[in-house]
Design a protein around this ligand. Structure first.
Ligand SMILES: NC(=O)c1ccc[n+]([C@@H]2O[C@H](COP(=O)([O-])OP(=O)(O)OC[C@H]3O[C@@H](n4cnc5c(N)ncnc54)[C@H](O)[C@@H]3O)[C@@H](O)[C@H]2O)c1
Length: 397
């Protein structure tokens, strides 16, 4: 195979962006597009701040068009797909592709529940294809640098982590625009399911899954919505280090501050700048042996240089192409996507049940909670509820 032939499912917000960078990829060709909404297949709706030089006429080329993704999978026209539809459909579409020996890039989150995510990866394990999750933050130089510093031991054994990630501000009009987002029945969650999967993925990529956690989860604290928009989590990591994670869609100006305290000092990411406050000696050694009760020696302040290189969705897709052609290792393997879903489910379960939760989360308990939340939404907030069957029927599918 010289060129990987791609089918793109979903031409909404993010699918259009995937469409836009295809001409810039090497060894790949977009041979098919699919959307239940026929109008999306006839005219490219170019989003705001679109950074690719394509025009509405680019749809007129010889790209095959489908409204039913199974027909696209069976057409013989695609070796790989990008799943860029709402999360509700991710597991089903990925599994259908695996069964047909078609490679998959799945948008985040790979699924709504840990059970679905696990079943999806089990289906992948039975196939020979490449499966990747669209966690493009993993291509950002600053996050790659943090990962390197953690893995090289430069920071030393982990003592504490604190991530304040509140720059996901959304107004009421975002939620009022309706549809599948921001409800239990359509999206299956709020900030944890829509905005935060990238941060939850990076968290587990850096530090692994916690052993257990306890969360405060507020439903519709700042917005007139049924799902969570304010979350505070305390975690215990595998080595006993503790971590806190705070997120919301209700703060502006928001913050993205990640502080990692290790045996050799403290690494801080804020406003895109990475700073290492390196102690003269390992922290525990100072603590155990310093004769000064109030040790105050200043750490060495090191501005960590971070490579300036392009990053984003396109680089995950190019990496997948290279992996299919046997040239590169995957940067964001699909099965890793289970972990951020695990985390999101565990946080919701803990916050809404008001108790500590072990990770991995008990799938049955979370499934039951989600079912209760969905039933409650349908009964008590029908104006917020979303009906997937009616949605598909509206397109005659
Ligand atoms: N990686 C990222 O940075 C990023 C950014 C935005 C969205 N996303 C993810 O991408 C997914 C889609 O989000 P979006 O904002 O583009 O949504 P959207 O609603 O704007 O677009 C979804 C598109 O999928 C189509 N669609 C829905 N069901 C379908 C089906 N069964 N078969 C074929 N087409 C179908 C819709 O008609 C629509 O055109 C979500 O899972 C979201 O979390 C990821």
């Amino acid at each position: 195979m010289k060129k990987v032939r791609f089918g793109l499912i979903g031409l909404g917000n993010i699918g259009t962006r995937h469409f836009g960078y295809f001409p810039e990829l090497e060894n790949a060709e977009l041979t098919a597009i699919c959307d239940v909404d026929k109008t999306k297949l006839t005219e490219l709706k170019i989003p705001e701040n679109f950074d690719h030089p394509i025009t509405a006429t680019d749809f007129d080329k010889s790209i095959a068009k489908f409204t039913d993704y199974r027909e696209m999978l069976d057409s013989g026209k695609v070796d790989a797909i990008i799943i860029a539809v709402p999360h509700y459909f991710h597991p089903e579409m990925a599994e259908e592709a695996f069964r047909r020996g078609i490679h998959v890039i799945c948008e985040k989150p790979i699924a709504i529940t840990a059970r679905e995510a696990r079943e999806m990866t089990a289906a992948h394990a039975d196939s020979e294809v490449v499966f990747a999750a669209m966690f493009q933050k993993r291509t950002e130089p600053v996050y790659i640098k943090i990962k390197e510093m953690l893995e090289s031991g430069e920071l030393g054994e982990l003592r504490r982590v604190s991530w304040n990630i509140t720059d996901w501000f959304r107004t009421q009009s975002y939620y009022d625009s309706g549809g599948w987002r921001g409800n239990w029945t359509g999206e299956g969650g709020g900030v944890l399911m829509n905005q935060c999967p990238h941060n939850l993925d990076l968290f587990q990529w850096f530090f692994g899954l916690p052993k257990r956690l306890q969360a405060l989860v507020y439903l519709g604290k700042w917005h007139d919505i049924t799902v969570e928009d304010d979350v505070l989590v305390l975690m215990e990591l595998e080595n006993g280090a503790t971590a806190s994670f705070i997120t919301t869609t209700g703060d502006t100006p928001g913050t993205n501050r990640l502080e990692i305290a290790g045996e050799n000092g403290k690494l801080v990411l804020e406003a895109g700048k990475l700073t290492f406050f390196k102690t003269e000696e390992p922290v525990q050694k100072i603590l155990d042996h310093s004769e000064k009760a109030f040790y105050s020696k200043r750490p060495r302040v090191i501005e960590v240089p971070v490579e300036t290189k392009a990053h984003g969705h396109k680089f995950i897709t190019q990496n997948v192409i290279n992996a299919v052609l046997g040239k590169e290792k995957l940067m964001s393997p699909g099965p890793d996507g289970v972990k951020s879903v695990q985390l999101a489910n565990a946080i919701l379960l803990s916050g809404l049940k008001g108790r500590a939760v072990e990770v991995p989360v008990c799938e049955g308990e979370f499934d039951q909670l989600l079912e209760e939340l969905r039933t409650d939404e349908r009964q008590n907030a029908p104006d917020k509820a979303f009906d997937w069957e009616a949605y598909l029927r509206s397109f005659d599918v």
